[in-house]
Write a protein that binds this ligand. Sequence first.
Ligand code: ATP
Ligand code: MG
Length: 562
Amino acid sequence: MNEPTVQMGPNFIRNLIEEDLATGKHDMIITRFPPEPNGYLHIGHAKSICLNFGLAAIFNGRCHLRFDDTNPVKEEQEYIDAIKTDIRWLGFDWGEHEYYASDYFETLYRYAVRLIDKGLAYVCDLTSDQIRSYRGSLTEPGRESPYRHRTVAENRQLLSEMRAGSYPDGSKVVRAKIDMASPNLNLRDPVLYRILHATHHRTADRWCIYPMYDFAHGQSDSIERISHSICTLEFEDHRPLYDWLCEALEIYHPQQIEFARLNLTYTVMSKRRLLELVTDQHVTGWDDPRMPTLSGMRRRGFPAAAVRAFCDRIGVGKSDSVIDMGVLEDCVREELDSCTPRAMAVLRPLKIVITNYPEGRSEEFTVPKHPKYPEMGSRTIPFSREIYIDSDDFKEDPPKKFFRLGPGREVRLRYGYIIRCDEVVKDPTTNEVVKLMCSYDPETAGGKLPEGRTKVKGIIHWVSVPHAIPVDICLYDRLFTEPNPTGVKDVDYRDHLNPNSLEVLTESYVEPGLQGAKVGDSFQFERLGYFCVDSHSPTSDKPIFNRIVSLRDTWAKLQGEG
Ligand code: ATP
Ligand code: MG
């Protein structure tokens, strides 16, 4: 597991907590991360996790992990397990403080009874459509339900019958009695409990009535004595309801603070849509390396430290914004640059025969694993008469600024010799280039340049044919072609899926030192980008390397060129 290194610049929530500790309003801070277990965590959740666990760490408090599991229909154990794995991977630990809203069902039920007893809640028989139409709108006040004035005794009786299973789904609800004319729609007698004959992943069939999220969430924070209940801006309008409930119930009142959620370009970030991508098989699963999920990013090879650095870099504010995907990719590059060993790989091979190199001979070059950090050690690269280069490092008719290989031209092999292309061999039927016949200059080994020899501008990567290890390569691009896939009017976000978001290469090779690389090991393939061994690689067969990220952001440039 990663060290939970907390990086957090100053932000308004941090300042506020500092003040609360200084004034003695709190002597210990308790935060929580409250996922609903109805999907895998995404990068937006990471922002919330880093904030809540980070604040707890900075101020020597604690952060609870609480599953807000009030909807039995959409929640599953698989999601709970995945969420825990992802938070641990990010480097955070909730210790013994793992809670479930479903643990509080009995307490929440008693809270509902308490409200009824105080004349502050009632059982309502309107259908959900009727409730909606009675609610009114932003410009029109709501109308009171005809059931609003039931007696306490009647309400109590009905609620206990609801609990006992006497009524079908949707036939009755419990509502708070607040104010049908309130300008805040959340206060127009919101629903607190509904009937749902469904098996819950933890409470099985013990309940057939379930608290609504708005009745469970704030009350769960109160039960856990959360000092600072941090949530995203869309809950600002719910705060008056949470306040009303705590006061009506006369229970501990956590302080809610809202911050702007994270939005990223070229992806979607709602669990409902991510689930759609999975079930419609636009991606291979929640952990598809193109997904903005933490499991997808982990599988892709993003280091947890890069995700934490990103969350720190974007900061915590009060106004909604969209962060460019390039910012995340830069964090990944920065993190990988210093700790990732270099290697050579050829993605689309073109064979070269070095005609003046003796057949059957080979030699080894000893080179550093990382050019800037010799302490990372060295590696050996074999060289022989036949090598592969990447096919786009050769052009038959090279343009002016092309400094790589062409007929009659010279190029330096990285860490090796200077070679010259003497002959281009083509397939007689397709006219495709199949092989290059080259000669090498024995005086130029390992970067040497004899006196008087003209310098060679281009340096290209290569691997020795008899020593090369065959691998599969997955190249990823943005999942969508639109920066804001859900923001285009009258167009389904799925219509913006990038048809070229995954390219699989099955004839690629890596240098022999990568034999035995383990799942999750990362390398910089020189000139090509950062790659890591995919967790779905077969154990005995060819490994799969995922491209984590290219060496620099080529996307902006390509977009500009149209
Ligand atoms: P979604 O809209 O994807 O379904 P959600 O908010 O319903 O997300 P929850 O499981 O309820 O998902 O989220 C758990 C916590 O993560 C909440 O406190 C929520 O505020 C926070 N969170 C979710 N999405 C983001 C985001 N994009 N940026 C910051 N925090 C987020
Ligand atoms: Mg939610």
